[in-house]
Design a protein around this ligand. Structure first.
Ligand SMILES: [Zn+2]
Length: 98
């Protein structure tokens, strides 16, 4: 998967993410754009840490922290799930990391 594919979020055109490429460097803007698409209606500012409402269950108050550096990250305090952007996507789309 190219960085552009991550930003554009077009899984039908994205090549599988091969082993050994999981540490590809994403820009903070790419991470921000990705997470904003995965949290419709929530604005994700270009900051290192951003509180959001969980993408995996409905809630009124933000219980999840997104991290817009490194490989991106999320920490869902209410459910206890956490990981990087790719682990988020694997869970969101019910697919494997590959
Ligand atoms: Zn949750």
């Amino acid at each position: 998967m190219t960085a552009a594919a991550v930003t554009a979020l077009r899984p039908e055109t994205a090549a599988p993410l091969g082993r050994g490429r999981r540490s590809m460097q994403l820009s903070r803007e790419q991470i921000r754009a990705y997470f904003e698409r995965r949290h419709p209606g929530q604005r994700i500012p270009l900051r290192k840490k951003v509180p959001v409402r969980c993408a995996f269950h409905s809630e009124d108050n933000p219980s999840c922290t997104l991290f817009l550096d490194g490989n991106g990250g999320f920490n869902r305090h209410a459910c206890g799930a956490k990981g990087n952007l790719f682990q988020f996507e694997a869970r969101f789309s019910s697919c494997s990391l590959d």
